[in-house]
Design a protein. Structure first.
Length: 318
């Protein structure tokens, strides 16, 4: 509270200063907005325009508003679309299962080794993405220890029953592609989860214990709802690049595991069918956005439901 001295009128900020204060947030946002305009809005408009053009590489392309390109592209490459979304979804689920306990351990159990473990999480980024993926060809080789372990434990037969491999080999299979996706994008799930779990007040856990909640109820009704922002962020950061990836399917898969990113790469660089490639890219972007909105809505509903159940249980205890 400002101190008011009798007989002295409080000073007011000049009108020009108040006006500058109003425009300060917009001035600070200008560089980011220019960046988005140049590197997102303009390329997106250019991609949409290119998808509606007709012509060829020799005679050039003209904007003819040919929407049939979308129907043709989707009708021809819908298996690759569904395969990409399926592989990306499975890889995202695997990264969530692996990253959640790891993020919890780093946030609340690592102690003085927390910084070192965070460095180890991001350490793979110091190596080229292509080299990391090629390393999985050595890891999953037919005579490697991973393949021998899978054969000895019967996991090879389980993967074959699930349709993730078709022969007695881990390479050139859906399993290899999904494993590569999960490995390459695991840090994108760990870091948001760590940020969310690190801010969790452990006194909530003590309060849950005082209310006779066991470990499962504490996790499901306290830890999980409070960590949902990190789950949503990690899901977005993992699923989006995984759905458009083409390196893993190209190096670790076969002709039956082609993903839509590989098709777009071929249409742009080898077939030189720019309208089809642009249409495929635009369809993929719209499909990913729609799925992420759906997932975010479901998670928000689950969060509200869990919160209401928790409040009802608390009222019943009283």
């Amino acid at each position: 509270m400002a101190l008011v001295v009798p007989g002295v009128r409080p000073t007011r900020r000049p009108r020009a200063a108040r006006r500058r204060g109003v425009f300060t947030p917009f001035i600070l946002l200008t560089p980011a907005m220019l960046w988005l305009a140049v590197f997102f809005v303009v390329p997106t408009i250019s991609l949409a325009s290119q998808s509606l053009q007709t012509g060829d590489i020799d005679n050039g392309y003209q904007l003819t508003w040919h929407f049939q390109t979308y129907a043709d592209a989707l009708g021809r490459y819908w298996p690759q679309f569904t395969r990409s979304l399926l592989y990306a979804g499975i890889a995202t689920l695997i990264t969530l299962i692996l990253a959640y306990p790891l993020a919890w351990f780093i946030a609340h159990r690592a102690g003085r080794f927390k910084t070192m473990m965070l460095v180890l999480v991001v350490a793979p980024f110091f190596t080229n993405f292509l080299i990391r993926t090629l390393a999985w060809q050595i890891i999953l080789t037919d005579q490697g220890w991973v393949a021998n372990f899978f054969r000895a434990t019967g996991l090879m037969q389980l993967l074959e029953w699930l349709g993730l491999i078709s022969t007695d080999s881990l390479l050139a299979s859906p399993f290899a592609v999904i494993a590569g996706l999960a490995y390459n994008f695991l840090p994108f799930m760990v870091l948001p989860l760590y940020t969310s779990l690190e801010r969790l007040d452990v006194r909530y856990l003590d309060a849950a214990g005082d209310l006779y909640a066991n470990g499962w109820h504490t996790f499901w009704k306290v830890i999980w709802p409070l960590s949902l922002p990190g789950v949503v962020s990690g899901t977005l950061l993992t699923f989006i690049p995984a759905a458009g990836d083409y390196i893993n399917s190209k190096l670790l898969g076969n002709t039956q595991t082609v993903m839509i990113g590989q098709v777009i790469d071929a249409q742009f660089l080898r077939v030189l069918d720019y309208p089809t490639a642009a249409a495929l890219s635009f369809i993929l972007m719209i499909a990913i956005c729609a799925l992420e909105v759906l997932v975010a809505g479901i998670q928000a509903y689950v969060f509200a439901l869990l919160t209401s159940l928790y409040l009802n249980d608390a009222e019943n205890l009283h």
